[in-house]
Ligand binder design. Sequence first.
Ligand SMILES: [Cu+2]
Length: 271
Amino acid sequence: MSLKLVLSALGFPLSTGAAYAQAWQVHDWQTGLQAPVTPVMERLSHFHTELVWIVTAICVLVAGLLITVMIRFNSRANQVPTKTHHNTALEVMWTLAPVIILVIIAIPSFKLLYYEADIPKPDVTIQAVGHQWYWTYVYPKEGGFQFDSNMLQEAAAKKAGKPRLLGTDNPVVVPVNKNIEVITTGADVIHSWAVPAFGVKMDAIPGRLNHTWFKATREGTFYGQCSELCGANHAFMPIEVRVVSERAYRAWLAQAKKKYAVDGTVQVASN
Ligand SMILES: [Cu+2]
């Protein structure tokens, strides 16, 4: 395994060069974050990298201090122990230093939180309804058609060339480079609609509509999973999002409206 791979697995910053080009798809033995596909996830990844550097510096400092103390102040090297039990300057310093570090972390953290929460004007709205144990997708502004998205069993996934436990029979389809509003809710218990490459994780709570958004900047198929323990088959209700060109989306929409037509009544969404 190359150093570059090890470093990227640990979350250290590396360019998104050719070797990394396919990394935005999940792959076996992946340890780092999935490569970002949305502006939110790009910011999340950068923030994560900053934190890894800060954490590394703290670990090195603490380990260094610990080793110094072990060598300089063990009973052999230091046979007459000192009676010192207070050092005000030191206590002030080791109280203030963590406070300052936490403030340094909190500022970009809150900025990111507000960026995520500030949903831009949506081009497409989808509603993800969590069921035990599958997702129903509603397109409330497209006549309210809806369809269920169930996990493909192993043989079917293999046949369809989709990853095991992640591929679904009916992926949710959205256009590339558009603001997608996601409204989540639960039909029975709490679920959570999460797609790591989008930096999206939103609880789907019965009796409540939660809002989030994403803007995928490249076409492809992206996978996620229910991320709130919701019962026996919690691990088997994956999320598959196909990001396609505007034209392909329009074409899909036209046939989806026919295929998944409901009798004009929108069952969950009201807008
Ligand atoms: Cu679940």
